[in-house]
Design a binder for this molecule. Structure first.
Ligand SMILES: C[S@@+](CC[C@H](N)C(=O)[O-])C[C@H]1O[C@@H](n2cnc3c(N)ncnc32)[C@H](O)[C@@H]1O
Length: 286
């Protein structure tokens, strides 16, 4: 592939963690370990049992030893599986999120914007401070001059990118909602970066196509997509044309709560697609 696609997200902390591949340790692990401990607390060999219980003891002992061995096999299998996966799961519990928040480098205006947005409908859509810092860092590492963002909302991620850009840098920011844009533009002005941000108030697909029509193919260094998921493939194709070779396209929410790996989701998508098509045909024929 000529350019990289990086998975990032704008979900609430716990969901965001899941989207990044983190998650809560499966309760099965705990169960298996508890089972093993319970099995080893059966009467130890050599315990003197009343005669009427001797027969039972031998059968108890054999069931104890088989329970213990299957539990220990389960524990071993679990350990092997954990080693294979490399313990990549980590729950984003409130203390961990607070720790990140306390240690992330967040511009005071980004903090103000986050706090103002928290009271608004859809505030969970905003990227987290740590994610915004990652985006800013990618822009700086890349030495990006020209960037695109699809899906501004109130401007948190775009403000982080605009602040990371040099004075001569430019960010084309696409958003369809004018109420969100009022907030975003106010913060661009407050932060003194309004001159770097070219807001496109329209459907993002039209804005991207018009950039191509104005001859801007292969002239962007970096793009961040965080908008309507159904359009992701189209955004990606258009951005492949707009972003130069060696540039970076970051797509948010690509793991979508793990549903990307759920085979049932594909079947249901196919079912709903057929359903929509039949409905559409029905409307045309009416
Ligand atoms: C997840 S939010 C973006 C969050 C933003 N990156 C942030 O960190 O605050 C998605 C935004 O995309 C916008 N959006 C959705 N579909 C769009 C489209 N087709 N064209 C333009 N904007 C769109 C929505 O109005 C919404 O504000």
């Amino acid at each position: 592939m000529r350019r990289s696609a990086v998975a990032c997200h704008s979900l609430p902390p716990a969901a965001a963690a899941a989207a990044l591949g983190f998650g809560v340790a499966p309760p099965r692990a705990l169960q298996a370990l508890t089972m093993a401990a319970a099995a080893t607390t059966f009467p130890p060999p050599g315990t003197c049992l009343p005669p009427c219980h001797r027969r039972r003891r031998s059968s108890l002992c054999s069931s104890v030893s088989s329970a213990a061995s299957s539990a220990s096999a389960a524990t071993t299998a679990l350990a092997v599986e954990e080693a294979r996966r490399g313990r990549k799961q980590l729950a984003m519990e409130p203390p961990l999120y607070d720790y990140l928040l306390a240690n992330v480098r967040e511009h005071p205006l980004l903090r103000d914007l986050r706090e103002e947005t928290a009271a608004m409908r859809g505030s969970q859509m905003q990227v987290s401070p740590a994610q915004a810092q990652l985006l800013a860092m990618l822009v700086q590492i890349l030495g990006a001059q020209r960037c695109i963002e699809v899906g501004i909302f109130t401007g948190y991620s775009s403000l982080a990118v605009a602040l990371a850009l040099p004075e001569s840098g430019r960010l084309v920011a696409c958003e369809r909602d004018d109420r969100c844009l009022e907030v975003a533009k106010r913060y661009y002005r407050l932060a003194g970066v309004a001159h770097k941000v070219d807001v496109k108030h329209a459907l993002a697909v039209d804005s991207l196509k018009s950039l191509l029509e104005s001859g801007e193919a292969s002239s962007y260094d970096f793009a961040f997509v965080d908008a309507d998921k159904k359009m992701y493939e189209e955004y990606f194709e258009l951005l492949l044309k707009l972003v130069r070779v060696g540039g970076l396209i970051v797509m948010d929410n690509v793991l979508w709560y793990g549903r990307v790996a759920d085979p049932l989701v594909s079947y249901f998508s196919l079912f709903f697609f057929c359903f929509d098509m039949i409905n559409m045909l029905g409307q045309i024929l009416d």
